[in-house]
Design a protein around this ligand. Structure first.
Ligand code: NI
Length: 137
């Protein structure tokens, strides 16, 4: 059976600060650069959610993109958009909200909602040039 990957793009704006509280501001600046700014700063995150599976004979779909769109809205956009990730999103209370960690949180939230015979992959752009991918390995 042919396996096809469908993709849905989404977007959210969010603020964060990358730091370890045990470290001095100087050490945080050295390791995390401008992303350690104590007063937080924002990014325009671009998200691509990819779902791979067999094409259903009856519908011709891998997965209904309207369902995927609604899942991304309820699980990710509503939870992250215009939020301070460190202060307002439970998953980042004790986890640095790097692009890497945000992609893992997104994957885990969506993975619970998508049937297991479909493969899931996340691509997250923190800037137009800096992006990460995560597929659950
Ligand atoms: Ni940053």
């Amino acid at each position: 059976m042919p396996r096809v990957t469908i993709h849905r793009k989404a977007h959210f704006n969010a603020a964060h600060r990358l730091y370890k509280k045990e470290w001095s501001d100087e050490k945080n600046l050295e390791i995390f650069g401008k992303c350690s700014n104590p007063n937080y700063h924002g990014h325009n995150y671009e998200l691509v959610v990819s779902v791979t599976g067999e094409v259903d004979k009856e519908t011709g779909f891998v997965m209904d993109l309207a369902i995927l769109r609604k899942l991304i809205r309820s699980e990710i956009e509503d939870a992250f958009d215009h939020k301070n990730l460190n202060l307002e999103v439970d998953e980042f209370k004790d986890t640095n909200p790097t692009a890497e960690n945000i992609s893992i949180v997104i994957y885990n939230k969506l993975r619970k909602k998508i049937i297991e015979n479909l493969d899931l992959s996340i691509k997250l752009y923190e800037t137009p040039r800096n992006f990460v991918t995560y597929s659950g390995e």
